[in-house]
Design a protein around this ligand. Structure first.
Ligand code: UDP
Length: 240
């Protein structure tokens, strides 16, 4: 089993689906508050936290383009805008409990948030502010998982912590086979060759090329976010 790792700077990826929790709305305030509280706990320990938010709870470009005939780029811009909504919601929640937070968008929306400026993001982190990266990579045909890998590499964060609705990576689909085993750790190679749906190929290879470990864990279990950020053994570790 994995021993504790001391991260100094982490990139937390929160999917849109995770933000929705099991409530009826697109965003579950209980979920955003849980994220805010756990992030607050770790920033007090001096760990720097950057967050990439997804938008799948509101709009997913690829599936809309597929089902409606809408062109993919337009659909993806709508998807990126959806992530901005989630980012602003999360920022407001964090600030309501006193965590200084900045949102940076991959394309300009200067009345709403700062534009993404790498050095400025790093400076915010050094000052103990949480930085939320919104609008993905700013490019259609990409995902927020790829944005997470990219931003992680850019700001020299040590790990991508991928918060999802499942406990980690299984050897088989647990919805199909109830005896599927939760894996403690696996290599990038195993993820890509076995086509385990952890992250899309672009995201996982970007992590591999830059030796960025990925921890996949369940955001729904209280304490898990703090555990993951503190480097305690939770979910599945992908690396090596
Ligand atoms: N998106 C994009 N480029 C990016 C990131 C996201 O075009 O760099 C769009 C894409 O349409 C995607 C949507 O934004 O479906 C929401 O992001 P994602 O599906 O990654 O969110 P998650 O699955 O994490 O909720």
């Amino acid at each position: 089993s994995r021993g504790p790792v001391k991260w100094q700077r982490v990139l937390l990826k929160v999917s849109g689906e995770a933000l929705a929790g099991d409530g009826e709305q697109n965003i579950d305030p209980k979920v955003t508050m849980a994220i805010a509280r756990e992030v607050a706990d770790v920033t007090r320990l001096g760990i720097e936290v950057a967050i990439v938010v997804g938008g799948g709870n509101i709009f997913r470009g690829a599936s809309w383009a597929g089902s409606s005939g809408l062109d993919r780029s337009s659909a993806d811009y709508i998807g990126m805008l959806a992530t901005v909504m989630n980012a602003i919601y999360l920022q407001a929640t964090m600030e309501s409990i006193g965590i200084p937070t900045r949102v940076q968008t991959a394309f300009r929306m200067s009345e709403v948030a700062e534009p993404y400026i790498r050095r400025r993001a790093v400076r915010h982190l050094e000052k103990g502010r949480v930085v939320i990266f919104a609008a993905g990579t700013g490019n259609p045909f990409f995902t927020t998982d790829t944005a997470a890998a990219l931003r992680c590499a850019e700001i020299n964060a040590e790990v991508v912590l991928k918060a999802t609705n499942v406990d980690g990576v299984y050897d088989e689909d647990p919805r199909v086979n109830p005896n599927a085993r939760l894996l403690d750790s696996l290599t990038y190679q195993q993820v890509t060759s076995r086509d385990l749906s952890v992250m899309d190929m672009t995201a996982i290879t970007l992590c591999q090329e830059n030796n960025i470990p990925v921890v996949v864990f369940n955001l729904g279990k209280p304490g898990n976010i703090a555990k993951a950020i503190k480097g305690e053994s939770v979910g599945t570790l992908i690396g090596g």
